[in-house]
Structures are given as C-alpha cells and as structure tokens.
Design a protein around this ligand. Structure first.
Ligand SMILES: NC(=O)c1ccc[n+]([C@@H]2O[C@H](COP(=O)([O-])OP(=O)(O)OC[C@H]3O[C@@H](n4cnc5c(N)ncnc54)[C@H](OP(=O)(O)O)[C@@H]3O)[C@@H](O)[C@H]2O)c1
Length: 306
C-alpha cells in the first residue's frame, strides 16, 4: 500500500506522514488506533505541501497522483484561516471545495481510496445536543461552507473525517497561543459560550491511519473525547503547563473586541457515533491528549537546537 498526504506541511499533515511512516507523532502514544499491526509498521507515504501541490491546480493534482499511483489519498490540505475566508469566498471555494473535486477526480481516475478531512464548522451550532454524522449541516461561515462543498465532492466510497479544535506540535493552534500568553503576566480572556471537542493531531492521525487502511466509507466524527469551552480549554492548558488557571477569565463571544469576522457555532460538540456504533476505538479524553502535547512541547523547548 502507498499513501499520498496533501497539506503535508500543516499541523495534521505532518503528523499523518509520521503516523503512516510508523513513527508515533510528537505528543502521541502507541495504541491500537494505528491499525491491526500497530505502530512501527511503516506504509510507504509521500507528503506533498502547499508549495509542491497547490490543490486548486487540477493539472498539478492529476499529474501528482498519476506519478505516484497511491492506493490511498489523504486530503488534509485546506485554507484554514477561518476569518480570512470571510473576505475571500472565491479563494476558500477554490482551495477547499474545487481542490477536493480535483483530488476526488484524480483518486477515481487512478483507483485510489480518498480520505477527506472536514470540520465541525459545517454545523450551525444550534443543536441542544452533540452532533451525529447524520445531522443536517448548515454552516455559518464561508470556511464552513467551503469545507462542506469539499464533502459534497467526495464519492460515496470515500472516508470523510470531521474533526474539531485541532492542536498539534507543528504549526499554530490555541494550545500554543495559550502557552505563549501564559509566559506573559496579563489576564487572559476567552469565550465561555462556544462548546467543542479539542482534538490532538497525534491521536487524530492514528485514527485516520485505521480508517484509511480499512477504506471505511462514509462520514466519521473523530475527536478526542469530552467537550469544553475555549475558556475551559485555555485554563486547562495553563494548569497543564504549571501556570495559574485563575488567570483566565470567561467572556461572551459578543464581548470579543474586535469582533471576529466569521461566526462560530455555539455548540460544535461532535458525537463520534460512527466509531462508537461501529465498534471502532475512540480517541482518548482531550485532557490526556493535552497533557501529552504540553509535556512534549516542554521537552522540545529544553532540547538544544543545532
Ligand atoms: N485547525 C482546526 O481547528 C481544524 C478543525 C477542523 C478541521 N480541520 C481540518 O483539518 C485539516 C488539517 O488542518 P490543520 O489544522 O492541519 O491546518 P493547517 O496547519 O493550516 O494545515 C493545512 C495545510 O494546507 C495547506 N494549504 C493551504 N492552502 C493550500 C492549497 N491551496 N493547496 C495545498 N495546500 C494548501 C497549508 O499550507 P500553507 O500554510 O503553506 O498555506 C497548510 O500546510 C484541514 O482540512 C482543516 O480544514 C482543522
């Protein structure tokens, strides 16, 4: 089996390449999510980053898949700047929706299984309970609409992995922002009226290995278990890093200054129902993933750089 990963320079893409390569990603742990043979069994994997494979370029996508002839294409590339997408819907659609059409066409032409990584932002957040895979979508933002466009480009046999609040060792994310702010001495204010499931790329990548190698069709919600708010999450990051979580104060989304251009769902908690009902392992609790990530980043900071 040979795997192609798009968006391989991103936080999830980098961990996906490690996970397929049989390497436990930074902040990850050895577990059955790496598939029946467990980690350490490497699958030939090629990761292509934005510069190497801009997914809105149909010719480049077809040529890349033609040249590599992968058995599985994991499409993790996306324009993920949620607020910037509001100001440039054409770019959001070109990358996130049309780009996925190109990957779907190429995968079909060369007989590869497609895995598409999607988002909790396909929902409007008005549900009083966690969302299951079969709930109706209704994105509030351009980013959410463009990612839903990508889902609609996937053929019925493709794997669609919806995830949320993604953090990893590589790239920018809320855990790293919180750690940076914690190093200062000011009060921190984070919203307490958006609810979601923090998800750690090391754990998510392992689950994607299982779904991809099994060629599981359909939508799967894949998040770390448990839910919180951004206020709760940042407090937990501070506590995990040995700072005082009482420095974090709750505010309402309406009080954010300046207001964020893209509306966010108030509830984007994803019930991992397809995994749960299908008897597949679910990811560990988000606090467990957070502790591992904070420890790994701390160790990394203390390592001499050469
Ligand atoms: N981050 C989250 O909280 C979150 C939540 C739910 C779902 N997701 C989904 O999870 C996947 C991975 O996201 P992530 O958190 O790893 O984000 P990320 O770190 O921003 O990774 C996305 C990668 O895609 C690349 N990219 C952007 N435009 C591209 C283009 N036109 N062609 C090819 N590559 C392009 C980016 O490269 P440059 O940075 O060089 O442009 C980046 O390396 C995405 O599909 C995202 O929609 C993310």
């Amino acid at each position: 089996m040979k795997v192609l990963v798009t968006g391989a320079g991103g936080q999830l893409g980098r961990d996906l390449v490690d996970a397929f390569d049989g390497v436990v990603p930074v902040g990850g742990r050895r577990c059955s999510l790496y598939g029946p043979d467990g980690p350490g069994v490497a699958v030939p994997v090629v990761g292509l980053d934005h510069a190497t494979l801009p997914v809105e370029d149909r010719g480049a996508v077809l040529a890349a898949v033609d040249g590599l002839r992968p058995d599985v294409v994991v499409h993790a590339a996306a324009w993920t700047a949620v607020d910037a997408c509001e100001a440039d819907p054409d770019r959001a659609l070109a990358v996130n929706a049309l780009g996925t059409r190109h990957l779907a066409e190429a995968a079909d032409r060369y007989g590869a299984h497609l895995v598409y990584v999607s988002t909790d932002y396909v929902f409007d957040g008005r549900s009083p309970r966690p969302y299951v895979e079969w709930d109706p979508t209704n994105p509030l933002s351009v980013y959410g609409a463009s990612k839903l466009g990508g889902e609609r480009e996937c053929p019925p046999g493709a794997t669609i992995v919806r995830t949320s609040w993604v953090c990893g060792a590589h790239g920018a994310n809320m855990a790293k922002t919180a750690l940076r702010l914690a190093a200062g001495d000011g009060a921190l204010r984070f919203v307490d009226d958006q609810h979601g499931c923090p998800t750690f790329t090391a754990d998510l990548a392992a689950a994607i290995v299982t779904l991809a190698t099994d060629r599981r069709p359909g939508i799967h919600h894949v998040t770390n278990q448990g839910a919180t708010t951004w206020y709760g999450f940042v407090g937990a990051v501070l506590a995990a890093a040995g700072h005082d979580p009482a420095r974090v104060h709750p505010i309402a989304t309406a009080d954010l200054q300046p207001p964020r251009p893209a509306p966010r769902p108030a509830n984007s908690v994803l019930d991992n129902a397809a995994l749960r009902l299908g008897g597949l392992p679910r990811l560990p609790d988000w606090q467990d993933g957070l502790d591992r990530l904070v420890r790994a980043l701390d160790t990394d900071e203390r390592m001499p750089t050469v």
